[in-house]
Design a protein around this ligand. Structure first.
Ligand code: PFF
Length: 445
């Protein structure tokens, strides 16, 4: 099939753009806050190194060797039982399910950029009211910005790999790095910075329970964009002789660095201006705006910069969540790219409206099952269940199904003597940890 190729740097930017997302700047700081800081960060870092990194290489390898959409790649590569292995490629569906809420959150961010231009809430209580009013009663605003996010994502994907996805990432990612860099540097000059460093890097294992462990592992997957076919689909457009290991190292380092910088910066601001590190998902939408208010004029500028960087991070990840299914329709059904982009995006757009409604007073009771509403279920089922399943399928496929000689031929020259370490981690450490995570989730352990 004819896939347009990424340039070398374009691929790295796109893969990093996929990895660096809301997960890094919105989710990582608040879950670190919730689970008490240092020990959680340590587990997350070890997981990224031991499992995330191995699976990232495996996922890139499947795309690189398969050279097609995720379903066809599995089918092409499986030595036997092709009709069964092709289902492994349907892990890409998870990306669309993530988009159901991801696009809504990007919408909130757009709304916050516009609001920050006009003023900030003067206290945490006021910020709470602003956020909760938007969430529970302002359907129109949420719909408007969710529509905007849908239009941007569809437009970029419809323009293709080179003209759309690569271009978007080549422009937005460097800007994101600069914004986070500038804000981080400013944070280092404040007194709160030392407290933030201590909070994030001084482990206190009494705060760690099995939920914290599962969350850390799940987040390592989510933040690296693993288990949803994104990295696989992008790698199908790699040039021959591309260095998968080098690319993985760069992506993992960039992703981790942005998460740590964003975390340190946010906690510094919170400590400096009296916010709470453990304020949950509302951290960037509630605590932060009131902290920015206290900084005065500079705070206004920072608020806009911060939400713009969050929007950039979100959009570059969003295109990578949708692209795998778009490529699937192009390859398997011979749809044109425009049609495939619109049809695929319409799915998350329409179901995303249900996710918005699931917070709106009067509707939420119909869209809540157990302790979660529809929005939360979309988040929980994808991050906690679908991603680890996707990861498990890939580790089994590359570790046991693909002939070792085929894997070695590509990776031995790139990994050298560490090839065996990687192979071991992929065959044993990754699948065992993933199974434990999944069992833990369904409450078996
Ligand atoms: N890695 C993105 C983030 O941290 O926000 C989210 C994501 C993108 C997850 C693509 C999975 C994926 F396939």
């Amino acid at each position: 099939m004819k896939i347009a190729r990424f340039s070398r740097i374009g691929f790295i930017m796109a893969a990093a753009g996929s990895a660096v997302g809301l997960g890094n700047i919105w989710k990582f700081p608040y879950i670190t806050g919730e689970y008490g800081g240092g020990a959680f960060v340590l587990i997350y870092l070890v997981t990224v190194l031991l499992i995330g990194f191995s699976i990232m290489i495996a996922e890139m390898l499947i795309g690189y060797l398969g050279r097609a959409d995720t379903v066809s790649s599995f089918e092409n590569l499986a030595p036997t039982r092709k009709h069964l292995w092709k289902f492994g490629g349907f892990q890409s569906l998870a990306g669309l399910f993530v988009m159901i809420y991801y696009s809504v959150v990007i919408g909130w961010i757009f709304h916050y950029i516009v609001s920050a231009l006009f003023g900030l809430p003067s206290s945490v209580d006021e910020a709470k009211t602003v956020f909760s009013t938007m969430l529970h009663s302002d359907f129109k605003t949420q719909l408007f910005y969710h529509t905007l996010s849908f239009l941007i994502v569809t437009f970029v994907i419809a323009r293709g790999i080179k003209g759309g996805i690569e271009k978007l990432n080549m422009v937005l990612m460097p800007m994101l790095f600069i914004i986070v860099g500038v804000m981080f540097l400013y944070a280092t000059t404040l007194d709160g910075f030392h407290k933030a460093v201590e909070f994030m890097f001084k482990p206190d294992f009494s705060k760690i329970n099995s939920t914290a462990f599962v969350t850390a592992v799940g987040h390592a997957f989510f933040t690296l964009s693993l288990g949803m076919g994104s990295i696989m689909t992008y790698s199908a457009s790699l040039e021959k002789n591309a260095n998968l290991v080098k690319s993985s190292i760069i992506v993992v380092i960039l992703d981790t660095a942005i998460a740590l910088f964003a975390g340190l910066m946010l906690f510094t601001f919170l400590y400096e201006y009296g916010g709470q590190p453990s304020s949950g998902p509302g951290l960037v939408f509630i605590s932060l705006p009131s902290v920015f208010y206290q900084m005065g004029m500079l705070g206004n500028i920072f608020a806009v910069m911060f939400f713009v960087s969050l929007a950039f991070a979100g959009l570059t990840s969003a295109v990578s969540l949708v692209e795998p299914m778009v490529q699937y329709f192009i390859d398997r059904f011979s749809w044109g790219r425009k049609k495939a982009s619109v049809m695929t995006s319409l799915f998350f757009y329409i179901v995303g409206i249900v996710a918005i409604l699931s917070h709106i007073d009067g509707y939420s009771s119909y869209l809540t099952w157990g302790s979660r509403n529809f929005f939360d279920w979309a988040d929980f089922l994808t991050a906690a269940f679908m991603l680890p399943v996707g990861g498990l399928i890939m580790s089994v496929f590359v570790g046991y199904v693909l002939p070792k000689s085929q894997v070695e031929k590509v990776l031995r020259p790139q990994l050298g003597r560490t090839f065996e370490v990687w192979y071991f981690s992929l065959r044993y450490i990754a699948p065992v940890s993933l199974v434990i995570v999944m069992l833990n989730l369904v409450g078996v352990l």
